[in-house]
Ligand binder design. Structure first.
Ligand code: SF4
Length: 273
């Protein structure tokens, strides 16, 4: 005999026929951005990356690099670092906290952190449990607490309480590698000594065939050779924004991409050539 089933449970285990859910129409309005994109996608013939005419242009040809830089600058005019900060010190701490964490999350955490410990001296004197509690939601909080306290100590003891302005000196701070040092030097001091290579810059540089390397230092070296130095700072900001909004890791939005005509990546989800 079939056991009695409470009405709520019957729905969960499928004994009651549920009315079909109303789903929004899959057909976008013809004049909407979605409609435009759908039209483009429907009209395009899938083309093997090997057969694309764009493939005949050398990836590192100066005119192609210039076109990429031009398109990025036009798409993201006046782009700035997404981490909120009021000083070189705050940017250093925020960048350390941003490892394996979103900038949005870091921006939620830093106001209380800098209210409790406003200067490198105050942070150097903080206890690790206090710091851990304040930065817990950024992940890897024990290591990050050690890094920011250690960095504060070095800034106070070796650099008179001020964040240094050279790559060599910045690399002496615990938790600071080339990426963080490039962020601080570029975004705060406006000194271009390298290119910030985070996960977005790495992925996009490879998709755009600007490098074939996978180690951040080697990618940075390649980019420094092909991008003019006066574009290093903005270029990395632009690529980071493009990586977050359009050229996303899993499913790049190629039909919306202003670099699409210049891109021959095998990861493309749509192509015009
Ligand atoms: S076309 Fe696609 S893969 Fe190429 S850069 Fe644009 S979004 Fe990324």
């Amino acid at each position: 005999m079939r056991p009695a089933v409470a009405p709520g449970n019957a729905r969960q285990i499928g004994l009651v026929k549920m009315p079909a859910k109303k789903t929004p129409s899959a057909k976008p309005a013809p004049n909407s951005p979605r409609g435009e994109r759908a039209r483009k996608i429907a009209a395009a013939e899938p083309v093997s990356p090997k057969k694309r005419p764009g493939k005949t242009v050398k990836p590192l040809a100066p005119e192609r690099i210039a076109a990429i830089l031009d398109a990025l600058a036009k798409t993201y005019p006046g782009v700035v670092c997404a981490l909120n900060h009021r000083s070189a010190w705050e940017l250093t701490v925020a960048t350390i906290l941003s490892a394996q964490c979103t900038d949005v999350r870091v921006n939620l955490v830093t106001p209380a952190l800098f209210k409790a410990f406003p200067t490198p001296k105050a942070m150097a004197a903080a206890s690790l449990p206090e710091l851990e509690e304040l930065i817990r939601t950024t992940g890897f909080f024990r290591n990050k607490a050690k890094s920011i306290k250690g960095a504060a100590k070095v800034v106070v003891e070796q650099f008179g309480g001020k964040v240094p302005q050279t790559m060599e000196e910045l690399l002496q701070l615990p938790g600071v590698a080339r990426k963080t040092a490039n962020v601080v030097l570029g975004s705060w001091f406006k000194i271009a000594v390298g290119v910030v290579v985070d996960t977005h810059v790495m992925r996009l540089s490879r998709r755009l065939e600007l490098t074939t390397q996978t180690a951040p230092e080697k990618v940075e070296k390649d980019l420094m050779q092909i991008i003019p130095q006066d574009r290093w700072i903005d270029f990395s900001h632009e690529l980071i924004h493009h990586g977050r909004q359009i050229c996303i890791a899993r499913k790049p939005r190629c039909a919306d991409c202003t670099l699409e005509k210049l891109c021959n990546s095998s990861d493309k989800t749509w192509t015009s050539h």
